[in-house]
Design a protein. Structure first.
Length: 369
């Protein structure tokens, strides 16, 4: 199916407060460091979702850094797609602990060498989402829809028909596996961080279900047509997301007394609840409902660097999932980062200094001949 589209390009430099505590994927504040980014908008006409629902216009926002390089055949050969986590946006991977470690001169994603692309996924950031007006009548998107929309944006909007690398964190990690199966030769390599390539079930699904049900059981929610925000429902959802994204070692270190711990929770709620739309949260948490790349993992041909951290509450290492799936992926290198003062639980995916050396080696190993 061919999609007509329109693109708008603006140039500016980002500057904003430092990162806040993360949710399941890391819903950060905007970045603190200025980078020469370009802010872009792409509109896909009559986008059809996997459910059969359509939108007359699906609007996607994304940032770019660097300049696309075209080889002798006219194909872009230096593009890297960076995918954020649940509830994140195109600024998520612009925070200092990620961008300042990776994007500078001589670094793994040096923007004088690579062309970086950071999208707002469907339902998040400034891309099309329930809070735009459709509320719970917005199409029920999933990760496959997100990946397909990214593919259309890249190929039809940006004329990028190949990627040097796809790096994704949390939800972006899961999308990385979907990319590898849906478009196996589109990328030279994959770097999925902080997820499992298996059906999202067990405690992971339970916590997400609790967050969604907390909102739906708030009388103010009114099936999504609320006039007063369902604050108590959001409080329950945000509490669950806070726990999911937490790092026990850091929490104990930074908030060693009862008063400090409770003040942090109050501050977190005061910051996140007013900034969160209840319907958007339901949608982006539920987008993982049918994620299950495991049956087709053997179809992934791109080499992959898969990194999880041992203090990740969402993807705990005691689950024997990595051992189960790795035989299906002979080109995948799995790294379990041990707990240390440098790890941040699930949020280790954004602490680039922790895993940067692995990435440097992987980029060298997968450099096209």
């Amino acid at each position: 199916m061919r999609h007509a589209a329109v693109a708008l390009l603006l140039t500016f430099a980002i500057a904003a407060p430092a990162q806040t505590m993360s949710a399941p994927s890391g819903r950060p504040a905007a970045p603190a460091t200025k980078w020469p980014v370009k802010d872009n908008v792409y509109v896909i006409k009559n986008f059809r979702f996997g459910t059969g629902e359509t939108l007359p216009e699906l609007t996607l926002h994304y940032l770019t850094l660097g300049t696309p390089h075209r080889n002798a055949a006219g194909h872009v050969d230096n593009a890297i797609l960076l995918l954020h986590g649940t509830g994140g946006n195109r600024n998520t991977l612009m925070v200092p602990q990620f961008a300042d470690v990776l994007y500078g001169p001589g670094q793994p994603f040096d923007i004088t060498k690579y062309f970086l692309i950071l999208p707002d996924d469907i339902g998040q950031g400034d891309s099309s989402k329930p809070s735009d007006g459709l509320h719970m009548k917005f199409p029920q998107y999933d990760y496959e829809d997100m990946v397909r929309s990214q593919y259309v944006m890249l190929t039809e909007g940006m004329k990028v028909d190949h990627l040097r690398l796809i790096l994704g964190t949390s939800m972006g990690c899961m999308q990385g596996w979907v990319w590898g199966e849906a478009y196996p030769t589109f990328m030279d390599a994959l770097a999925p961080f902080a997820c499992y390539p298996t059906e999202l079930a067990g405690r992971n699904r339970m916590t997400r279900y609790i967050a969604m049900e907390s909102i739906k059981n708030d009388p103010n929610w009114k099936n999504g047509e609320y006039t007063t925000p369902p604050t108590e429902g959001l409080r329950g959802a945000e509490a669950m997301l806070l726990v999911m994204g937490s790092a026990p070692l850091q929490m104990q270190k930074n908030y060693p007394t009862r008063d400090q711990a409770e003040k942090y929770v109050d501050s977190y709620m005061a910051r996140t609840i007013p900034a969160t739309d209840a319907n958007n949260l339901i949608y982006y948490v539920n987008a993982s409902r049918n994620y299950n790349p495991e049956p087709k993992l053997s179809t992934i041909v791109a080499p992959a660097l898969w990194i999880n951290s041992a203090d990740d509450f969402i993807n705990p290492p005691e689950l024997p999932l990595a051992e189960r799936v790795l035989p299906k992926m002979p080109k995948t290198k799995f790294i379990l980062v041990p707990i240390s003062d440098a790890t941040r639980g699930h949020g280790t995916h954004t602490q680039a200094a922790v895993w940067k050396d692995y990435l440097i080696k992987f980029m060298a190993e997968t450099e096209p001949k």
